[in-house]
Design a protein around this ligand. Sequence first.
Ligand code: NDP
Length: 347
Amino acid sequence: MTDNDTRDLIIIGGGPAGYTAALYAARANLRPLVIEGVGWGGQLMITSDVENYPGYVEGILGPEMMRDFRAQAERFGAEYLTEDVTSVDFSERPFRVVVGEDEYRAKAVIVATGASARQLGIESERALQGKGVSYCAVCDAFFFRDKEVVVVGGGDSAMEEALFLTKFATKVVVVHRREEFRASPIMLDRARANEKIEFITNAVVDEVLGEEGRVTGVRIRDLNTGETTDLPAGGLFVAVGHDPNTNLFLEQLQHDEPGYLITQQGSTATNIPGVFAAGDVVDHVYRQAVTAAGTGAMAALDAERFLAAEEGHEATALTAPRVEAEAPLGQPEPTRSIRGQPERQKV
Ligand code: NDP
């Protein structure tokens, strides 16, 4: 096993949270190593147009956006290892992160391995991802204006996605494999009350139909009779749940029942001092690129502050209370504006 030098910070995961953490950490001179995974980019790699990430006026393709994030952090010195982490040991410091035969050590670690949308697992679904097959209605519903769409799933996500889609689509068909629903009664009632939503139960999607690289419909199979029917549809929304990518960490980091990591309120700190978590690996509510990026920035600032405190100079960290924010001894108070608010400090 090769022993590499101990680094200040290792970031595990290459999605919006990991790359944003890398950008902030690199700009704080922490020389982060990002072990981004062979499938770097995360869920945005299976998304086409992203129109709700601030700053991209015309929208951008998901994979292109991830390349931009990656390159921006690299510009400030982030280093990448395009491999999957095979194990971690957070029981003692420096922490150990193992990639195959190689071991990397760091004083602080940010876990940003994200979550994966569950897939139906059929070939035509994979082929038409981002071309009418979507895993996020909030992200993509806008592209299905005046179209008929199908949602697969019977949980709260499926109901929420179906309801959201009714703002754009002319008709939403929910296909669920059982008669009973996992969704909460209130969500189910809301969906049932919406006249744009139809339900087909005891049925599964056998195939996604496409022409010229776009979804044109789905072939569904009745689980009682075995009969198949082709439903015309401009899009298929797969809402059969998400799984946090946390198998590597479950024994060492606190997590909830489905496996999402637990962080302290208002912080990205996990139960192990020096280990932080950001993005969808923590968040099963918002799940947006912009929210993941936001918590990635928080994790880098938390890590920077942790490292500075370890080295005995916490006040130099970016998130430490700013001495210059208070009037230094012998200096006048900050000038008051006419509304009685202090004028903005330079940061
Ligand atoms: P769930 O695990 O609750 O539901 C997944 C659904 O997909 C189930 O109905 C399941 O069927 C179905 N399913 C799973 N795999 C397949 C498959 N291969 N083919 C067809 N159907 C499949 O996941 P959700 O994402 O809906 O919810 C996750 C959590 O988040 C829940 O706790 C939920 O309450 C919460 N949530 C809350 C919301 C809210 O309150 N606004 C909104 C969204 C989520 P089956 O039932 O047969 O197993």
